[in-house]
Design a protein around this ligand. Structure first.
Ligand code: TRP
Ligand code: SF4
Length: 401
């Protein structure tokens, strides 16, 4: 997708501490590319961490530092991307509060992650106001920077979708431009009684609920009207979709293209499954973890043939190995010419090679906390400038200025 000028990109991560290869291949490599092509804002969502960890906040500051160090270590460049911490920009909270005034409860209750997470983390009481508001806080994060693109994983698409609906509702309620509206209303009168009512209903259904069918039907209705001038038709078409000023533009989700890196057991790589390789894993740890990885269960003995498709090691070859090595694995596994220990070695070597420069840079940043402090200070200043501008418009729209 090429937007002109490049759209602002915004994404956040909850501070979970040291990152692992799943984050690297699934998220950070994508950020590394985006930072060259777009103005990027990347932040630590420490308030979001509190929604589920309100009872144990002590670790959040250390996790925040570790995560920032890892971002820098993988090559997120503070001269290209703006890095900051959510809680350092109080406008996130103000926008969250103001948006909460116009957000129907049902919109939050129907977000799939709400019930899912409550069930998954059932040992914790998540029937809180803050947890219900999690996706609305995320909407505030996104809209505060008027981001056009939000790189996220599959599980977060519903949150971006909610953000679009909130933005639409906000613009609908507060984005009126008096003169434009007056002229549009004049043109509506030419539609006749029945069509006027239809037009209003479709417009409402589209603007408040995002009903695309209603939009298409209303457009067809306008195109069939004989009594409208060209200007009036154009005006009514425009009025259908927006009407006034776009105070908060609707963002698009940007799904990560990168191949998903599975964990050591073939499930999604995640700290809670204890199947990760951390970015700070030593060569010994990498080697030990890969060597003890389960392989195709059909290969009980060395001379039993196997099938790479049944083996998680193969997914790593798909990420790390060149065509020749992959071919060697495919043949050698199926013919039992190679053993699993030999098969795993190129993966171990490639991972160690990938991690070594990251760890060198992480050590450099860890040794210079004041450098990281300065990066953050500058990032927060830049973020704050944008946030202040948006909030001035939002307050004005809501008669608060
Ligand atoms: N909810 C996101 C996650 O769990 C983190 C997040 C918070 C975020 N605010 C955001 C992501 C804004 C994108 C944009 O991964
Ligand atoms: Fe897996 Fe490689 Fe063993 Fe085949 S040879 S089962 S691909 S580790």
């Amino acid at each position: 997708m090429q937007l002109n000028p490049p759209a602002r990109v915004l994404s956040g991560m909850r501070p979970t501490g040291r990152l692992h290869l799943g984050h690297y291949h699934g998220v950070l490599k994508n950020w590394l590319e985006l930072q060259h092509e777009h103005p990027c804002f990347f932040f630590v969502a420490d308030w979001h961490a509190l929604t589920t960890r309100y009872d144990a906040p002590e670790q959040i500051p250390q996790h925040t530092r570790d995560m920032l160090t890892d971002w820098l270590a993988v090559g997120i460049n503070p001269n290209e991307a703006t890095l900051f911490i959510q809680s350092h920009i109080p406008e996130h909270a103000e926008l969250h509060l103001l948006l909460s005034m116009l957000t129907p409860l049902s919109w939050l209750e129907r977000v799939p992650s709400y019930k899912d997470q409550q069930q998954k983390l059932h040992e914790k009481d998540l029937t809180t106001y803050g947890f219900l508001g999690y996706p609305l806080l995320q909407s505030a994060d996104i809209l505060l920077y008027r981001a056009g693109l939000v790189p996220v994983g599959e599980d977060q698409v519903a949150h971006v979708e909610l953000t679009r609906e909130i933005a639409r509702r906000f613009n609908h309620i507060y984005g009126r431009d008096d003169d434009f509206v007056a002229k549009a209303e004049q043109a509506i009168r030419k539609l006749g009684k029945k069509n006027t009512q239809l037009y209003r209903n479709y417009r409402k259904a589209y603007q408040e609920q995002g009903d695309a069918d209603a939009l298409a039907t209303a457009q067809a209705l306008l195109n069939h009207q004989q009594h409208l001038s060209l200007t009036e038709r154009e005006r009514l078409l425009g009025y259908l979709e927006g009407g006034g000023k776009l105070i908060l533009p609707e963002p698009q989700p940007l799904l990560t293209r990168a191949p998903r890196m599975p964990g050591l057991d073939g499930q999604k790589m995640s700290k809670s499954y204890a199947n990760t390789i951390a970015l700070d894993a030593t060569p010994e740890t990498v080697s030990q973890k890969i060597r003890t990885m389960p392989t195709d269960p059909a290969r009980v003995r060395r001379h039993d043939p196997g099938d790479p498709q049944q083996c998680s090691v193969w997914s790593f070859h798909e990420i790390y190995s060149d065509a020749a090595t992959r071919d060697w694995v495919q043949r050698g596994c199926r013919s039992a010419d190679i053993g699993c220990v030999a098969c795993k070695q190129p993966v171990i070597d490639a991972m160690v090679q990938e991690l070594t420069p990251i760890q060198t840079r992480a050590a450099e940043y860890a040794a210079q906390p004041e450098l990281v402090q300065n990066i953050l200070r500058e990032g927060c200043e830049r973020a704050s400038d944008v946030a202040r501008e948006t909030m001035a418009d939002v307050r004005h729209a809501m008669a608060l200025s």
